[in-house]
Design a protein around this ligand. Sequence first.
Ligand code: KIV
Length: 266
Amino acid sequence: MAKKVRVHHFAEKKQAGEPIVMLTAYDAMTAKIFDDAGVDSILVGDSYGTTMLGYLSTIPVEMSDMCRATAAVARGAQRPFIIADMPLGASEVSDAQAVENAIALLKAGAEAVKVEGGVARAHTIRALVDAGINVCGHVGYTPQSINALGGPRVQGRGDGGYEKLRADALAVQEAGAFAVVFEMVPEPLAEKITAELTIPTIGIGAGNVCDGQVLVWTDMAGMTDWQPSFVKRFGEIGEALRSATETYCAEVRSRAFPDPDHTFDK
Ligand code: KIV
């Protein structure tokens, strides 16, 4: 097995100019495929809610959902560094609540947690780091704030947009995060802030200038009819699954399956 990815490899990769490869996963089977394919890190994102659980946003996702998904991913993947999202409501009440919930995710198999928000969440990140927990930040568009942000929108534009984004990213770094996700950020802004930060930036819809990239796996693999404009479809797994299922339906109905090769005859 290739060498296990650990938290210090994020900083080493930034220094070496080596892009960090991250994908989301929510179950053991998919996590094993991503491990075999060589991803550096798996994010058990709360996009679990919008992908696997059928919610319209990540807002309804609970700690119990995240713990179940994180444990499954940790059973499936050995080499990638596993980061689990703190869902909405897991850290807003108090820093003590945040530490308790982050520990539950570590017990489920996460090696770090991700917290959405910048300046306003710096105290939470600091409390987690002080408790010995690895934290990945998340700035720019933060899906848990979909209502406050008025929908999924590019962040950092307009008067004071760059200054806010920069302040958020610096606050996350100063609070002790080992990396920060930049979501839906104009590339020139992501480039400037990435150059200023000492911790790696992981982009999603932030251009080709971040220290790494993350995508929601169902978007990248073509499981959905629609995906955000910044996502490239690297495969057509949804179509392959639909086609296999259609063939299965037809063969069961025509009694072509099970055939003698797939039957116990004794
Ligand atoms: O939940 C998630 O998948 C995420 C990514 C979009 C970064 O937070």
